[in-house]
Design a protein around this ligand. Structure first.
Ligand SMILES: C[S@@+](CC[C@H](N)C(=O)[O-])C[C@H]1O[C@@H](n2cnc3c(N)ncnc32)[C@H](O)[C@@H]1O
Length: 252
């Protein structure tokens, strides 16, 4: 298991060091770039969010990065507020219509119950105190509000697939994860319940053939010519052992 410093080009940084996002700032909106899989996950996460009929409805996107959910929320009726530590990412989120707020997801500068939807996509596994982030997510939700999230499980298989294999593929930057921060799904469900949110989880994975087609196209092979625009679909799978989504409503 690698846990030493890694380099994504510009400088050598420890795993999960947030400065990596500054070094990779030019990658966020490249559909075939180092954050490609975040695009696929953002589309799948946004699909869990229903359109709102409530005027002024607010969606708070914790750890929003460069706002990759934004195009998938168009027409659903929410004001999209994004919270993130990384200013270079927030600038890009703002350019995509997100109201950008610099802040830590463990101490969000927004009022209790302000959000109709809270999204926490691929962020909990980057936060040393993920329980504090979950507490904030639930605090922000109004009664009846919806929490949607995705994250990596705290399992040997997740370390193997997401780090040892995944970080060698072009869709995930090397050293972006510290597997010691991965989030056990049962503990997450229990923590949400403690804060009044009944979270249901399901395993997800990128579509295998879509991923192979994407890889072939990206490496210039003719076999990938039919690859799906927007990248492979994220599909439900029987096990939460690697990557999983959560969806839950806050009790009244
Ligand atoms: C893997 S990216 C996911 C970005 C976005 N949610 C997406 O799916 O495209 C993780 C993001 O979380 C942010 N982040 C990590 N720890 C954070 C914290 N404690 N508070 C706020 N943002 C944080 C990083 O700056 C980065 O933008």
């Amino acid at each position: 298991m690698r846990d030493g410093p890694v380099s994504n080009g510009a400088r050598v940084l420890p795993p999960n060091d947030p400065r990596q996002y500054d070094d990779l700032a030019g990658e966020w909106w490249r559909p075939d770039g180092a954050f490609a899989m975040l695009h696929w996950l953002a589309r799948a996460r946004a699909a869990l969010v229903p359109p709102t009929t409530r005027p002024g409805a607010l969606l708070v996107d914790l750890g929003c990065g460069a706002g990759l959910m934004a195009p998938h929320l168009v027409g659903k009726g929410y004001r999209h507020v994004g919270v993130d530590l990384t200013r270079s990412a927030l600038e890009q989120a703002a350019a995509h219509g997100v109201t950008a707020l610099a802040g830590d997801v463990t101490a969000v500068p927004l009022a209790d119950g302000c959000a109709d939807v809270v999204a926490a996509g691929e962020v909990l596994e980057h936060v040393p105190d993920w329980r504090a982030a979950v507490g904030e997510a639930c605090r922000l939700l109004r009664p009846g509000g919806l929490l949607v999230l995705d994250t990596l499980n705290d399992t040997v298989l997740a370390r193997l697939i997401a780090v040892e294999v995944g970080e060698r593929l072009p869709a995930v930057p090397r050293g972006i994860h510290d597997p010691r921060l991965f989030v056990d799904d049962r503990e997450l469900v229990a923590e949400c319940a403690r804060h009044g949110v009944a979270l249901r989880v399901r395993g997800v994975r990128p579509d295998l053939w879509g991923t192979l087609g994407w890889l072939a196209r990206r490496t210039g092979g003719g076999a990938g010519r039919g690859a799906r625009p927007g990248g492979p679909m994220i599909r439900p799978t029987w096990s939460t052992a690697v990557l999983y989504q959560g969806r839950g409503v806050r009790h009244g």
